[in-house]
Write a protein that binds this ligand. Structure first.
Ligand code: AMP
Length: 587
C-alpha cells in the first residue's frame, strides 16, 4: 500500500495531527490555524454536525447539542443523542479523526487514507478495537495503534538519539494517566513497563473545583449536572480557566453562572475566589492516585526511583505546578518538557508513521513495547473433590514485550463434557470478578470421555495491543477463534459499513466555513459575558457580518470578519479569558 501516513493523537480533550518530513516530524494546523483541535462534537441549530473549536463554543451556549470526553466511553455501549440523531463513541471519535484527516489533506494537498493513532497505554482490548473502527469510519486504514507514552518516548528519542538512559514518561492528559519506563540506547527505544489509570486526568481536577464551588452554595454537583446542565457546562468552562490561571497565580476568580448558564452582569454577585492552597486541598485525593501506577511500573521494570535518569512530562495536565512539584519530590529531579506536552504524542505518532512508511531518516530506529496488563481466562480450581469457579489463569503476563503469542492448556472438568466456554479477562486480580471480561466464546465438539480432555488456548497480542484468542481441542485438532467480544455492538464489519454510510449523509459545512462558524459561536459566547455598551457594539458588528455571509460577498465577509475577530480579542482579554497552552509554542 502506498501513500502518506499521518500520525494522530486522538485525545480526550484535544486531538493533534502530524506528519514525518525529512528533517523531522511536523504538526499540521486545522482550518483555524490551531494545532490543537478540541475533541468535541456538536449538532448546530440547523442540524449540521460541527467538530472542534466550533463545537466547543456551541457547547457553552447549547450543551445539550454537544458532547466531549467520549474517548472515556470508547469500547462501551454508551450512546448520546445530539439534535435528532444518536451517536456511538466510535462515530464521535470518527468525526474528530475525519476532521483532522481533512486538515492534513488541505495542508498536504493530497488525499490521506492511512494513519497511526495513539491511545493511552492502559486502554483495554475493546477500547483499542473501537479506536481502529473509529479510524475506519473516518475513511482511514489504521496502520498502527501506538501507546501514547511510547509515542512520547519516540519523539524524545529522535530528538536526542545519542542518549543512553532510562526515562519515565509521565502522561497526565485530560482523562487518563499513564506511566511508562523506557530504556533508550543507540536508537533502540524499549518500553520496559507501563501502568496507568483509565479514569484520572485534568478534567477531574476541573470538576473538583466546580463541585466545591457548588458545595459552597449548598448544591451537589451530581444533582446540578442533571437539573441545570447549562449551569454546569458554563461553570466547568470557568473552572477550566481558573485551573489554568492557578498554574501562574496564587489565586484567581471564578464567575459562577446562574441555573440558565448565564453569567451575572454584575461580577460582584457571582464571583468566588479560589486560591492555590484550596485547589491543592480539593485535589489531594486525585494526586494520591498518581503514585500507584508509578510504583507498579517501576516494580515491573525492576528499577528504583533513583534509577530514573529523566522524567518526561506529557499531557496538558502536567502543567499544573502541583504535578511538577510531586514529580520533583518523587524523583528528586526537575522533569523535562523540552517538547510541548500537548504536541509530543502526535509528533511521536508521526515518527511511528515514518517508521512504517520506511522513511530513510529513521533507518536505525527500533521500538519495542509491552502489554501493560495481564490477559488470561476463567478457570475452576479443584479443592479436594470440589471444583470452585471464579479463578483467573494468566496466559500473557503484564509487561511482556509485544508482539507475543502464548499457550496454556486447560482440561474439561466433567466426564462426557463436550463443550467449554472460554471467558477472556484482563487484569491483575486472582479472581475473575476483580478483572475485566473482554470476550467469550464456546468451544464445542469435544469428544465424549473422562474428565481431563486437554484444550490448548493460544493468546496472540499484536503490535497494536489487540488480542486474538484461539482454542484447539487436542483430540480433534479442531480450532475455534474468538470472534464475539462482549462490547462488540457497533463493531462488526457490517456495523462499521453502516456507520461509514451514515457518515456520508450527515449534514456538515464546508471546511472553509469553519472559520466563520467559529467566529459566530465565539461572539455568541462572549455576548453573554459582557455589559450593555459592549453588547450594542458587538450586536452591530454581528449583524454586519451575518448580512455579508447571507449575501455571499467575499470581500465584505473578509472585512467584517477581521473587524469582528479583533473586537472579540479585545473583549476576551477584558473578560479574563485565556487559551492557555496549545499550538503557538509559548506554553
Ligand atoms: P490533553 O488530553 O493532553 O490534551 O490534556 C488536556 C488537559 O490538560 C485538560 O484537562 C486541560 O485542562 C489540561 N491543561 C491544559 N493546559 C493547562 C494549564 N495551563 N494548566 C492546567 N491544566 C492544563
Amino acid at each position: 500500500m502506498t501513500g502518506t501516513i499521518i500520525g494522530i493523537d486522538l485525545g480526550t480533550t484535544n486531538s493533534v495531527v502530524a506528519i514525518m518530513e525529512p528533517d523531522g516530524p511536523r504538526l499540521i494546523p486545522n482550518a483555524l490555524g490551531q494545532m490543537l483541535t478540541p475533541s468535541v462534537v456538536g449538532v448546530d441549530l440547523e442540524g449540521n454536525v460541527v467538530v472542534g473549536q466550533v463545537a466547543m463554543d456551541l457547547m457553552v451556549t447549547h450543551p445539550e447539542r454537544c458532547t466531549s470526553q467520549f474517548k472515556r466511553r470508547m469500547g462501551s455501549e454508551w450512546t448520546v443523542t445530539l439534535g435528532d440523531r444518536s451517536f456511538t463513541p466510535e462515530e464521535l471519535s470518527g468525526l474528530v479523526l475525519r476532521s483532522v484527516k481533512q486538515d492534513a489533506e488541505a495542508d498536504l494537498g493530497r488525499p490521506i487514507t492511512r494513519a497511526v493513532i495513539t491511545v493511552p497505554a492502559y486502554f483495554n482490548d475493546p477500547q483499542r478495537k473501537s479506536t481502529i473502527h473509529a479510524g475506519q469510519i473516518a475513511g482511514l486504514t489504521v496502520e498502527r495503534i501506538l501507546n501514547e507514552p511510547t509515542a512520547a518516548a519516540l519523539a524524545y528519542g529522535l530528538k536526542d538519539p545519542g542518549g543512553d538512559q532510562v526515562l519515565l514518561v509521565f502522561d497526565l492528559g485530560g482523562g487518563t494517566f499513564d506511566v511508562s519506563v523506557v530504556d533508550v540506547m543507540d536508537g533502540a527505544i524499549e518500553v520496559k513497563a507501563s501502568a496507568g489509570e483509565g479514569f484520572l486526568g485534568g478534567e477531574d481536577f476541573t470538576r473538583s473545583i466546580a463541585a466545591r464551588l457548588l458545595e459552597r452554595r449548598g448544591l451537589a454537583f451530581e444533582h446540578v449536572e442533571i437539573s441545570a446542565p447549562r449551569q454546569v457546562s458554563r461553570l466547568l468552562q470557568q473552572c477550566e480557566l481558573a485551573k489554568r490561571a492557578l498554574t501562574k497565580r496564587d489565586s484567581t476568580e471564578v464567575r459562577v453562572p446562574n441555573r440558565e448558564g448565564q453569567l451575572d452582569l454584575d461580577p460582584a454577585a457571582s464571583v468566588e475566589i479560589v486560591t492555590r492552597d484550596e485547589f491543592k486541598k480539593w485535589t489531594e485525593h486525585l494526586m494520591a492516585r498518581i503514585e500507584v501506577p508509578i510504583r507498579r511500573a517501576l516494580g515491573d521494570a525492576h528499577l528504583k526511583r533513583t534509577d530514573i535518569q529523566e522524567v518526561i512530562l506529557v499531557g496538558g495536565a502536567t502543567r499544573m505546578p502541583r504535578v511538577i512539584e510531586r514529580v520533583n519530590d518523587l524523583f528528586g529531579k526537575v522533569p523535562s518538557c523540552t517538547i510541548n506536552p500537548d504536541e509530543v504524542v502526535a509528533l511521536g505518532a508521526a515518527v511511528q508513521a515514518g517508521l512504517i512508511g520506511r522513511e530513510a531518516t529513521l533507518d536505525d530506529l527500533v521500538v519495542t513495547d509491552v502489554a501493560p496488563f495481564s490477559l488470561g481466562i476463567h478457570i475452576s480450581k479443584a479443592f479436594g473433590s470440589e471444583q470452585r469457579r471464579g479463578y483467573f489463569l494468566p496466559v500473557i503476563d503484564r509487561n511482556t514485550t509485544i508482539p507475543v503469542s502464548r499457550v496454556q492448556t486447560v482440561t474439561t472438568i466433567g466426564s462426557n463434557q463436550t463443550e467449554i466456554k472460554v471467558e477472556i479477562y484482563q487484569g491483575e486480580g486472582r479472581r475473575v470478578e476483580d478483572n475485566l471480561l473482554i470476550g467469550e466464546f464456546t468451544v464445542a465438539g469435544i469428544p465424549r470421555g473422562p474428565a481431563g480432555q486437554p484444550i490448548e488456548v493460544r493468546f496472540t497480542y499484536d503490535l497494536n495491543g489487540v488480542l486474538e484468542v484461539e482454542a484447539t481441542v487436542a483430540a480433534t485438532q479442531r480450532t475455534f477463534t474468538h470472534v464475539v467480544t462482549r462490547h462488540s455492538r457497533g463493531l462488526t464489519p457490517d456495523a462499521i459499513a453502516r456507520a461509514v454510510e451514515a457518515m456520508k449523509i450527515l449534514k456538515t459545512r464546508p471546511r472553509e466555513e469553519a472559520v466563520n462558524r467559529y467566529l459566530l459561536q465565539r461572539a455568541e459566547r462572549i455576548f453573554g459575558e459582557i455589559g450593555a455598551d459592549a453588547r450594542t457594539t458587538l450586536g452591530e458588528m454581528l449583524d454586519g457580518f451575518e448580512e455579508s455571509l447571507e449575501i455571499g460577498d467575499v470581500e465584505a465577509i473578509e472585512r467584517h470578519r477581521e473587524a469582528l475577530a479583533a473586537y472579540l480579542d479585545i473583549l476576551d482579554s477584558s473578560t479574563g479569558d485565556e487559551q492557555g497552552g496549545g499550538g503557538d509554542g509559548t506554553w
